[in-house]
Design a protein around this ligand. Structure first.
Ligand code: SF4
Length: 322
């Protein structure tokens, strides 16, 4: 996860909630992708110091959301030099066409206008991501649908490397599979993509009033003009949040919306209550997490991740005979 500012509900419902579950069934590595943050925040208009402070804040948020650092290896990408070395090696064998065809590359070039993204680093982003995954010989990567093309490039790079340099003992890299997260895609409170730069997200650290105010402003079903009009929850952003909230209350809301027995103001008020009670224990835990605890978790993580990465890099160097 990129450390680019305050964490919000999109992170919680889209990734973190799932990460917490996975740590009981898998050996998990969760990485603060600070080199990746630099791909868009490198220029004079960016506050680079924010990457480091956000990294530590983000790890504290992960812990408060349930990431257990005794079960999961939590580490910072820039603490493990092997990421840059494997990135370099993999970039030698990755055809440019694979990167230029990547749909998220084209999409972001179009969308992000405040930074010049015509850089080698931005184009090579999926190669660095491949290095991040392959260094740990990951069998699975938890991703959303929109990340599938990136994972496909990682699989292709692994296949190409294995084909070009068959190690003495067979394939160096496994081809990682996607562990598709079943979470609904949440839009921002203004109906646009959820993003810090649009200030349209409910942050994990928002106080109750702020969260309720943001939810009260949310765009609803545009065809529902009067409270007596039956609503269409499936096209309503508010309802997508209801679906993300754990439990079955969304079923009740769905039918109440369809038969117009609940109005949008009441629906949003109830949603704010749900979200606030979900965030309350997270905020409580967050207050108790000290900077030392985060630093210690990252130090331990760097040791474990560093050892695993060094082992992989050794077999890579052996395979390429360098
Ligand atoms: Fe959306 Fe709720 Fe209004 Fe239905 S009642 S349109 S789900 S805000």
């Amino acid at each position: 996860m990129r450390p680019t500012g305050a964490m919000h509900l999109g992170h919680l419902f889209g990734a973190l909630g799932n990460w917490v579950k996975l740590q009981d069934d898998y050996e998990t590595f969760y990485m603060v992708a600070d080199w990746h943050a630099m791909t868009t925040l490198y220029d004079k208009s960016s506050d680079m110091t924010m990457i480091k402070s956000s990294s530590n804040d983000m790890v504290a948020d992960w812990i408060s959301c349930g990431i257990d650092t005794s079960k999961s290896c939590v580490f910072r990408q820039s603490d493990i030099p092997a990421h840059s070395e494997l990135f370099l090696i993999l970039s030698m064998i990755t055809p440019l066409g694979w990167l230029m065809r990547c749909p998220t590359y084209k999409e972001q070039l179009k969308e992000i206008k405040n930074h010049d993204l015509n850089t080698f680093g931005f184009l090579g982003y999926p190669v660095l991501q491949a290095a991040d995954i392959l260094l740990y010989k990951a069998d699975c990567v938890p991703v959303g649908e929109d990340q599938l093309p990136h994972l496909e490039i990682t699989r292709e790079i692994a296949r190409r490397f294995n084909h070009l340099y068959p190690g003495a003992g067979g394939k160096v890299f496994p081809e990682p599979k996607a562990l598709l997260t079943n979470s609904p895609k949440l839009l921002g409170t203004d109906g646009r993509k959820m993003s810090k730069s649009y200030d349209n997200a409910v942050n994990l650290g928002d106080d109750e009033k702020t969260a309720a105010k943001k939810i009260a402003r949310m765009i609803t079903d545009p065809e529902r003009i009067h409270k007596s009009d039956p609503g269409h929850p499936d096209v309503c952003s508010v309802f997508s949040y209801w679906k993300a909230v754990p439990g079955e209350k969304n079923k009740e809301i769905k039918s109440a919306c369809k038969d117009a027995s609940i109005g949008c103001v009441e629906c949003k008020k109830r949603l704010a209550e749900e979200i606030n009670s979900l965030l309350a224990p997270i905020k409580e835990r967050r207050k108790k997490i000290s900077g030392d605890e985060v630093n210690k978790a990252l130090e331990e993580g760097a040791k474990k991740a560093g050892a695993a990465a060094a082992e992989t890099l050794q077999s890579v160097r052996k395979s390429i005979s360098i």
